[in-house]
Ligand binder design. Structure first.
Ligand SMILES: COc1cc2c(cc1NS(C)(=O)=O)=CC1=C(NCc3c(C)cccc3C)N=NC=21
Length: 270
């Protein structure tokens, strides 16, 4: 009996939390007491056997700023993926819902970015590339704890509208030039996406590039046109975002380096 295999008889499913492309997420109780979230993978959306292999690795990725994967129920279909429960849901919804109180609190916004950077620096060290880092894929817990979720899952999606950079569901607005042109993912493409995530945080959840069409965004990114400085954002913070958007991947910082820079910025300006 593998330790990443969860017996679905030990799970009690409660209210629905949300539903996405890959299935419905519900709150649950594991062994009667532990709060969990359960994603029921819609049939055919994911290469299930590959994911179950990957789940064994993901249960070993443990960090305070990563949503902990508890395991999978793979003995029946649909498969369930079970993680820790984050009571304030997606960071994007949280930013939009609390814009009033958040957009005047630069210190809190910067702290959220630093937490995500710490989680990403851990993934970088484990040579794990996220491939879909964005505010929608981060979750908020109690006491403004923010964690990175869905890391690495993008590889198991079968829908090529989502996986190929020409696809209608591909996250163009978070992609650097080398991903748009050659689908070349790396920790440095995660850094580009992290810069866009910082922009989402400091605009309290605005859509990057507003209502521009994907083709217009691709054109701008290729030309080196970057997102403007959010109003509620110190110049020092915007300077960090700009480094993340260096055209060449090798000119972007690592998450390790970025963590130190952001902590210095937060000590300097607050
Ligand atoms: C309270 O509200 C919420 C709470 C959660 C949540 C969504 C909401 N609501 S909403 C839609 O944002 O409005 C999704 C999760 C989650 N893990 C999700 C997950 C699983 C189960 C498997 C593989 C990958 C991942 C990321 N842990 N807690 C929550």
């Amino acid at each position: 009996h593998d330790k990443w295999e969860i017996d679905h008889n030990e799970l009690m499913l409660l209210e629905e939390l949300g539903s996405g492309q890959f299935g419905v997420v519900r709150r649950g109780k594991w062994r009667g007491t532990k709060d969990v979230a359960v994603k029921m993978m819609k049939e055919g959306t994911m290469s299930e056997d590959d994911f179950i292999e990957e789940a064994k690795v993901m249960t070993k990725l443990q960090h305070p700023n990563l949503v902990q994967l508890y395991g999978v129920c793979s003995k029946n279909r649909p498969i369930f993926i079970v993680t820790e429960y984050m009571r304030h849901g997606s960071l994007l919804n949280y930013l939009r819902k609390n814009e009033q109180s958040l957009c005047t609190n630069q210190g809190l916004l910067l702290d959220m970015c630093i937490q995500i950077c710490k989680g990403m620096a851990y993934l970088e060290k484990q040579n794990c590339i996220h491939r879909d880092l964005a505010a929608r894929n981060c979750l908020v817990g109690t006491e403004n704890i923010v964690k990175v979720a869905d890391f690495g899952l993008a590889r198991y999606v079968l829908d090529d509208q989502y996986t190929s950079s020409g696809g209608s569901k591909f996250p163009i607005k978070w992609a650097p030039p080398e991903v748009l042109n050659y689908t070349r993912f790396s920790s440095k493409s995660d850094i580009w996406a992290y810069g866009v995530l910082m922009w989402e945080v400091f605009t309290c959840g605005k859509m990057p590039y507003g209502r521009l069409k994907n083709s217009e965004v691709v054109d701008r990114v290729q030309k080196g046109i970057i997102l403007e400085k959010p109003k509620a954002c110190f110049k020092e913070v915007y300077d960090v975002m700009k480094k993340c958007w260096s055209h060449l991947p090798e000119n972007r910082p690592s998450f390790q380096l970025l963590k130190g820079t952001l902590i210095k910025v937060s000590q300097g300006i607050l």
